[in-house]
Design a protein around this ligand. Sequence first.
Ligand code: COA
Length: 392
Amino acid sequence: MQTKNIGLRNIEVADTKISAIDGINGKLIYRGYDILDLVKKSTFEETACLLLNDDLPSKNVLSEFSSRLVEAREIPEGLEKSLQNIPKKANPMDVLQSRVAELGMYDKEQVDDKEINYNRAINLVSKIPIIVACWERIRSGKDLIEPSKKLNHAGNFFYMLTGKEPDTEFTRIFDICLILHAEHSFNASTFAAREVASTRAHMYAAISAAVGALSGELHGGANYQVMKMLLEISKEDKVEKWIKEKISKGQKIMGMGHAVYKTFDPRAEVLRELSKRLSEKTGQPWYKITKKVEDVTAEEMKKVKGSDIFPNVDLYSASTYYMLGIPMDLNTPIFAVSRVAGWTAHIIEEKFAEAAPKPMLYRPKAVYVGKYCGPFGCEYVPIDKREPEIHE
Ligand SMILES: CC(C)(COP(=O)(O)OP(=O)(O)OC[C@H]1O[C@@H](n2cnc3c(N)ncnc32)[C@H](O)[C@@H]1OP(=O)(O)O)[C@@H](O)C(=O)NCCC(=O)NCCS
């Protein structure tokens, strides 16, 4: 007997060498390397290179990879003009999703081999932050900033966003955020990217779909909702009442819970420290308020549902980005700035896997529960003979 798997939880659909999550013990590895080790010792550039290749790069490979990211720091003039024509109130994720598709129109390559996809991946990793930064400048009526050739990936993004070179501590904190968000196995947006790639659509189509999937509040959009919640709560002593009310109404607390981790999300632990560091540095209250949200939600869920709940990656990334001075509605686009490394690695794996079982076109089965009038279908009644009630 076949069983339905609503939401595809725990269904194995393909092999991957890119990352693994141990949801019971709270571990995340990228190509075999523990994320907690990478945040201490690596950089976003090296992590992206690791994800797009089999192992940590040699000095030469990393140097070439980083130079290529710097060289690709520009967007086509036509794309820059089209950004100017978008309504200034547009949702930045809609802007990003549509501009990624547009970027594909400037790619003249006719073939879809592995090398070309690797080049496209470098291009997308480099250009997605440029699109996000340019859009922020354009919508706020500011002049665009030329990319810097000397700043790293994290620093250049900040510079193009604000026009000011960030200090080394801010740059490193943002670099760590990028490492943490770069990859997370078959989450909704990565699965969307792989699903589109499985049709043999090109990388831009797959990334554009991934950006769309990421925009939802149950996925990447949660970090924006978390910051909205923190601003609404505004004070530590208001947390308890606010959370209790939401939970008693059966509403979800954004930034809490995870489909895979049934313990602490290791990324949340790192982000909690970053949020604390930034609160101490800037004198802002957001770390303490967030910590209280975490504690009260855990206590309430235990009382009301008898279950444990832990913070996910979005709970502390919201306040971290806020204290870095990033506009709230760019939280989710910034997730994409980082996750594009993982998405592109997955698209390449989906398209060019060498070992069996090779991926194939995704085609799940639906269970039809609609109208049924016997094996020959329902009789088609011409429109003027139908009872008016038929559509009510
Ligand atoms: C991420 C998420 C979709 C995972 O969902 P899931 O796999 O269905 O979660 P679980 O099966 O563990 O949920 C078990 C119960 O806890 C509840 N729950 C889960 N997350 C909750 C939250 N953040 N706040 C309140 N209740 C929550 C569910 O509603 C469910 O209750 P029910 O059994 O009465 O229906 C869910 O935790 C969520 O919506 N979190 C908030 C959004 C968010 O932060 N998303 C970013 C994820 S990285």
